[in-house]
Design a protein around this ligand. Sequence first.
Ligand code: BG6
Length: 480
Amino acid sequence: MNPHPLASDDVRPDPHVIVIFGGTGDLAHRKIFPGLFHLYLANLLPERFRIIGVVRPPAKGSNDDFRARVRDAIVEFGDAKPDGEEWEAFIAAVSAVAADATHPATLMDAVESAERELGEGARRLYHLAVPPDATLQLITMLGTTGLNANARVICEKPFGTDLASAKVLNETIRANFDETQVFRIDHFLGKESIDNILALRFANRLFEPLWNRDHICFVQIDVPESLTVAGRGAFYEETGAFRDMVVSHLFQVMGYLAMEQPTSFDAGPLRDEIHKVFQTMRPLDVDNVVRGQYQGYRDEPGVAPDSTVETFVALRVEIENTRWKGVPFYLRTGKGMAQRRQVITIGFEEPVMRLFPLAKDAQTWRGNRLVVDFDDPGSIHAHFLAKEPGPVMQLGEATMSFYYKDSFRHAHRLEAYEHLILEAMLGNRALFTRSDGIERLWEVAAPLLEVAPEVEFYAQGSWGPTSMERIVAPHGWCLP
Ligand code: BG6
């Protein structure tokens, strides 16, 4: 079996011209620029690189203004201070250009001149941190201008809003890029703890033999968020929690949890196995979906006063294969909830012979579960039953825990976006989603998109509408 690509020390990419479309946007400020600076400090950017931030005309692409904005973004959202010699060297490689799909000339000049400066062998990396309609136009522009040559392109979600629109997007991409050039980013797949699911399962005989319907009674992927849609009302009206979080992130995490062992961790075999999970998912049953909306959502700027968009969704998903038939996968996420958490819980069946008396109403899985907390910095907890000290055989819940922050690799940690931008520069598509997988997920989602259940209201700071309990019966939600 091939080792994981990051097992190698040789992770320095070829020289690159990195072009960020949406250079003054929220994503560029929160994630991309702080991430690029951290990669630079970690010696993981190419030895020779240029970064071009694209701003939409008529805004002027003044380098000084742009660099000042990048600096402010790193102060606000980055871990490392933008000071000193290293900062000066990094920011000197950053410039801005005003261009868009209909005015590409300035960008073409900028890319060419950056390539001349870098010399032979420079690659192009485009990061499309822009809304969906702009993505389509930019992809076409990159194709028709020839800027697609020797290039890789990172595309941001949403990858369509249903099967038909996903197909249009994929066809546009295919008409302008070879699939090997395309990196559809789902930043949950760049999180250390999600990558670690592969290690947890396939490097440890302690877990993998139990990882099936004979031993597991349910799987929960629970991602409550305490933040509201704050400032993103208009975006949320177009997407809602199901498209924003479930299709993009939670289904992908489910793919990692449910897949068979790939023959290697290369993009081909790894993504084939994830795809097989998506193929064996049953189309969603709307009776197993609860949609919620937090009270006050309709007062957010950009939100319709009678909006029926969901800010919360809980659902039960079934995978029809030999490993998982009959094991429910419970997924939940929402905005304005009681806590921010990102938790996977694997609930185990009770032993075949029950030798120990159970307290009335006790749920055996509570004392017998594996919990992966995948919000950074991440941790893993095995909850099991142990004998409480004393003369009688009485059981109590005990826990074995692993914390990334205390682990030997923690200092090498890359934030999800950093990890994925690096992988894209290295040309490794293993941690990126695939067009056929995305189309399959929209197919699975079709019943819900056609006839969505009514939204139910929930108070901000709560765990969601009360009817979500029926989704997880008889098990119950593991949080809080
Ligand atoms: C984004 C969603 O993709 O992921 C947001 O659009 C969500 O709505 C965010 O809040 C969660 O990501 P993170 O980095 O906080 O795990």
